[in-house]
Structures are given as C-alpha cells and as structure tokens.
Design a protein around this ligand. Structure first.
Ligand code: FES
Length: 580
C-alpha cells in the first residue's frame, strides 16, 4: 500500500479502516486526518490492533501499478559485448603428450580467439567440475562463453546454448529490465514493475533516513530489489523462451541511493554534506554474490556515479543522448524527486541535481498519486458547467492527480486567471469552487459524486506551493548551469523519464518550469537511462564511454550556491499566462 513517508506518520497516505478494536489515535493521526477520523479511517503506520483483525484499505491508499515507461531507442552501436560465445571441439589427450583437459581447452580457445594471455584464461572451479562430462565424445562440441577475453563464464553442450544479457534501470519508483541477445544484439523482451522498496518510503530521502534509523531496513530493501530483479529476469526469459541461467551478463543503472541500497552499502553519506558517495567508479561483482539467480558465473556491472545525487541513471541517459546534444546548447533533464540535469554546450557537459521534491511525482500533494489508473493525467478548460474537464488514466473516476495532471491543472487555472502568478487563488474568479480547508483554501476540482474516493478531489493552496517549489528548483538549477557555462539561450530541452515523457511542453512552459526555449524544442526522449543501460550491455566500448563521460562531466553542487538561492526565489512565481 501507499506509504510515501516510509511509515513516519508524516504523509497521511497509508489510510486503513480497521474493522476491529484499535489503539487510541496518535498525534500524527490527529494532525493529518481531520474529517477522515469521522469515517473511521486511521493511518496504517500508527494504528495497532491489539487482538488482530481485518482492515479495509480505501482506493487511494492501494498501491496501483504505475504506467511504466519502457520505451526508448537504442541507436546504431557496434556490437561488442563483454561476453562472446565460442564453439570448441576438443581433441582427446595424446599418448605421448597427455596434456590436462583444462590446458587443452585453453590451447584450443587461444587458437580460436587469437588471444595469448600470460597467466592463461580463468576457469572457475564450478565450471572445471563440469569438464569431464562435457568433453566426453557423446556431447559433441562445447559452447564456451568468454568474458572480456579472459574468464570463462559458461561451459555447456553447444546445442541450445545462448548468451543473453540483462540491462536494468533501477528507478526509485519503477524497475525496468531489458533482455537482449549478446550474439546478435536483438532486444528479446522487456519486463517492468513497481520498485518493491516503495513501502519503505516514496523517495530516496525517506529510504536513506529509514536505513539510518533501522540498519535492518538496508538489508530488507536490498533483498526486496534483488528478489524483484529475479522475478523480472524470470518473466523476461519466459517471454523470450529462455532460462535465467542463459543470462551471462547484467548491467545496472539507477540513482546513487538506489545503487548503494541495492549493493547493501550504507547510503548515510549521501544524505549529509558534502553528499559524497561511498564509491563513484563502476562496480563489478559476481551476480550471485548479491543473490541474483542468473547463470552461476554471470557478472554484474553497475555504471559509474558522478556524485551523491547525480547517479548512474543520468550517466546512462547522457550516454544515450550525447551524440544528439553536441551541436547546440541542450539541457537533458530527468525529473523526479531530484531533478538531475546535464547541460551540453560546446562539447562540454555540466551536471547538477536540484531538490525538486516529490510534488511532480504526486508526493506531498493532498490528492497526489503516481501515474496509475484513476490518476488525472490532463485537464482542460471547459466552456460550460464545471470549469474543468479531466482526462483520467484508465477512464476511471478520478482518485488523485499524477505529476503531469497537476501541471495541466495549474496551467488551466492560470489561463482562466483563477490562479494568480503569485500562486494564490483569485477569490473572485475561483470563488464558486473554493472552500476553506484545515490548511487554507481548497479548489474543488471534482465533486464527491464524480470521484472514486467518496469525497471531493481538491487542490489546496499548499499543493500549489509545492509545485512552485519544484518548478523553481528545476529552473534555478538549469539557470545556474547556463550561467556557469556562459550559455545565454537553450536550443533544446530533452526530458528523460516517465514524468518528462507525459508532460505537455506547452503546459510546462506556462508554469515557467524551464528557461526560455522554443516549445517545439522541448522533447520527451523516453527512458533514456534504460537505453543507456542496454548500450552498455551490448558494447564494452559504450561502457568505456560511460566511464569517460562520468570523468569529463563537470558537476555543480547547488546547496549553498549563492546564485541558486537567488534564482530559486526569483522563479517561485508563475509567469503571466502566455509569457515564457
Ligand atoms: S503516514 Fe503512514 S506511511 Fe506516511
């Protein structure tokens, strides 16, 4: 179920109605629930049922399967994977020169590959044990998988042997796994799901703080992600008619917190200044060390990080997009709780991460939610009756707003002048739809009888302020990068990730989210991080490029940056409607 704050009694999203004797109301419940208390609702992270019993979970608190963005285009790259397959026909030992089986195998391999290694190839003992069986005449040729021209990672009868690779984009909210054939580079299957760490906290900050409060949480979160990955690998293999044991290489990308938590490394240093990660360069280990159920000798490669909040995901996205960004000043943005961004100009790159907060993912918004069925994804001004027409994912009754829906809604209200550039409601124009709520004005977006939550869907003044904070942080971050690189005007803005892909560029501009740029030059580029991970899976050259890119990329720390503070304040207001 929804637990945006990770069970701290702060978000009010984990609603349940106990149908049994329950513990007394706690102070967070009294502060957060207001009229919901009369409906018998409690917070799951606060209430206790001394005798046990049944609870009913209302629609808005159920964890809905998010619409997951898996698309993206892998451009023409040269196939050069870490693992190559060889067919070996091993001659038997000679009477006058009875050479050992392993050495005969290595000699044959050297002949096939043309590689002469001083210390010889590596053959793990687990595979050495299989040699007698495999080399007996009845099995015919042997398929040998060699990693980076050095280590044998699979040894099987040739018939049916495959060399598959798994590229994984481990996002804070969703996980996408791409299964590819390492022999011909074909993408065989894509499997995606919600990140099972969501109940530990919606955003990276809640998950990091959960780890510092409870050391067991780190192990639990890592295990949850590993098990999820195993299940995605099984699913992708089923789609492709393969087995997880055919997966000989795995490449992963994700933000720095996801990276640390997955590897069960303490993420504590990411949360305190100067936000240094525990490791920055690429990490490699045997997949089985982490509990991944792939081929027993498969390797896992995590692309490098740049900084505590500029992770392997933005490095992968930059890898995928660099060739398209070289000519003109281009801003590549991955908008989530942390707006990670890279400015490309004059052949150089500069990155930063701006604390956009969770509003654009539906967090900290009274009726905010992810882009799942029931979420308002788009609003339009209607000519009659209620001022707004709502487009809802899955054509259901609305139960909340996802990020793009929220932007769309604010854009409509600004256009209708019901919302003022300051972020306050115009009491005259919006008056008929306003009511006073516990924390200020609430704009009634949909009446109780039209929603799927049994009460009105509202947009509060505090919600508007959250969006202002988010958009001001994004724009100020972008303007700091432009100032540092001496860029006066952007030619293009490329939006990676789900939110960016579903965002209407015109609406984003109406809120003043990006520096001035032609609206037609704001483009969604799909799951660019996922594309970058596939590129690094299929090509060692691309993996080296990713490492080089992480080194060449400059980095600006925005916390305490004088210009950022000023720009942030300047960008809090919305532009007058129609002005960039
Ligand atoms: S209030 Fe219970 S998870 Fe946030």
């Amino acid at each position: 179920m929804e637990a945006a704050c990770g069970g701290k009694g702060l978000c009010g999203k984990c609603l349940v109605r106990p149908e049994a004797e329950a513990s007394p109301l706690t102070s967070p419940e009294k502060a957060l629930l207001k009229e919901q208390i009369d409906q018998g609702l409690r917070l799951a992270c606060q209430v206790e049922l001394p005798q046990g019993g049944v609870v009913w979970i209302p629609q808005q608190s159920r964890l809905h399967q998010q619409v997951i963005l898996t698309s993206g285009r892998v451009g023409g790259i040269e196939l050069d994977p870490a693992v190559s397959l060889y067919s070996i026909n091993l001659p038997g030992p000679e009477m006058d020169k009875p050479e050992a089986a392993r050495e005969r195998l290595f000699a044959e391999l050297a002949r096939k590959t043309g590689v002469e290694l001083e210390g010889g190839f590596l053959l793990p003992v687990s595979l050495l044990r299989r040699l007698p069986d495999l080399l007996s005449q009845k099995n015919g040729p042997v398929s040998l998988a060699l990693r980076q021209e050095r280590e044998v990672v699979a040894l099987r009868p040739e018939k049916g042997a495959r060399a598959l690779g798994l590229a994984v984009d481990l996002g804070t909210t969703t996980i996408v796994a791409y299964l590819s054939d390492l022999v011909d580079g074909r993408l065989l299957a894509v499997s995606a799901t919600m990140n099972p760490q969501v109940p530990f906290g919606d955003d990276v900050i809640s998950r990091i703080s959960r780890c510092s409060e409870d050391p067991q949480a780190l192990t639990d979160m890592s295990l949850a992600a590993v098990q999820c990955l195993n299940s995605l690998a099984r699913d992708a293999c089923k789609q492709a008619g393969a087995e997880p044991a055919d997966i000989l290489e795995c490449v992963m990308v994700g933000n720095s917190a996801m990276h640390h938590i997955f590897l069960e490394l303490s993420p504590a240093s990411l949360a305190t200044a100067p936000y240094a990660p525990l490791v920055r360069g690429a990490v490699e280990c045997k997949a089985r060390e982490l509990g991944l159920e792939l081929a027993p000798e498969a390797w896992l490669h995590w692309l490098p990080l740049k900084a505590g909040f500029v992770g392997a995901d933005i490095i992968a996205a930059a890898l995928a997009m660099e060739s398209e960004c070289l000519d003109e000043p281009t801003l590549l943005l991955d908008l989530g709780t942390n707006g990670e961004m890279v400015l490309f100009a004059r052949g150089e790159m500069l990155a930063c991460s701006t604390a956009a907060g969770p509003a654009l993912e539906g967090g900290h918004i009274v009726h905010g939610m992810r882009g799942a069925p029931g979420a308002v994804a788009k609003a339009r001004l209607s000519g009659h009756g209620r001022p707004l027409q709502l487009e809802v994912i899955g054509n259901l009754r609305p139960i909340g707003f996802c990020g793009s829906g929220l932007v769309s809604l604010l854009c409509c209200l600004l256009e209708a002048e019901m919302l003022m550039p300051s972020g306050g409601f115009d009491l005259h124009k919006a008056g008929p739809y306003l009511r006073e709520g516990p924390d200020g004005w609430e704009f009634i977006v949909a009446d109780r009888q039209l929603t799927g939550i049994g009460r009105e869907l509202v947009l509060t003044s505090a919600d508007v302020a959250e969006v202002q904070l988010a958009k001001a942080a994004i724009r100020a971050g972008a303007e700091v990068l432009m100032s540092e690189m001496g860029v006066k005007r952007l030619s293009r803005v490329l939006l990676a990730g789900a939110f960016g892909n579903y965002l209407d560029p015109r609406e984003a501009q109406s809120l003043g989210m990006f520096p001035s740029v032609e609206t037609s030059n704001i483009q969604g580029v799909g799951n660019a991080a996922g594309v970058g991970s596939v590129m690094a899976l299929l090509s060692l050259g691309q993996r080296r490029r990713a490492a080089d890119l992480a080194k060449r990329m400059g980095y600006v720390e925005l916390s305490g940056h004088k210009l950022f503070q000023d720009l942030f304040v300047d960008n809090m207001a919305f532009p007058l409607f129609g002005e960039p």
